[in-house]
Design a protein around this ligand. Structure first.
Ligand code: THU
Length: 144
């Protein structure tokens, strides 16, 4: 049975929130600003931005900020994320999630989890986690 598709209005709202979240980005080193908006299966949205650090490695991506905010508040079931990234003062890109964020998504999300790469609320690419992370290593591998 096919799962209920996300309504166009929900996708647009998610993309708009991701674009807006870029304003919260703390990226004084890369000057690459990223915002994310994560939709739970209950319909709640958690947002995130990238947060860099002078020591570089403690930096965290926008997607993981949103995911960790949600999980830390008791939400673990997600249907979609919108990501909006681009250089400070420059044009937005179809900014794909890094490998680490894909792996974190795979911890909580199934292959049909939707990933929208948003330049604006009407200009976005739509992908699935299965497309972006085929042959994943996930919690199921550790089941005995
Ligand atoms: N970044 C994200 O937040 N998400 C992505 O999908 C790609 C990269 C951040 C990490 C770093 O702060 C900056 O963008 C440049 O890599």
């Amino acid at each position: 049975m096919e799962k209920k598709q996300l309504a166009e209005a929900d996708v647009r709202r998610l993309c708009a929130e991701a674009v807006q979240m870029r304003e919260m980005s703390y990226a004084p080193y890369s000057h690459f600003l990223v915002g994310a908006a994560l939709l739970t299966k209950e319909g709640k949205i958690f947002t995130g931005c990238n947060i860099e650090n002078a020591a570089y490695t403690p930096s965290v991506c926008a997607e993981r900020t949103a995911l960790f905010k949600a999980v830390s508040e008791g939400y673990r079931d997600f249907s979609a994320i919108a990501i909006s990234g681009g250089p400070e003062g420059g044009p937005l890109q179809y900014c794909a999630p890094c490998g680490v964020c894909r792996q974190v998504m795979a911890e909580f999300c199934s292959g049909d989890f939707r990933i929208f790469l948003a330049k604006s609320e009407e200009d976005y690419e739509s992908h699935t986690l299965m497309e972006l992370l085929p042959m994943r290593f996930g919690p199921e591998n550790l089941e005995t």
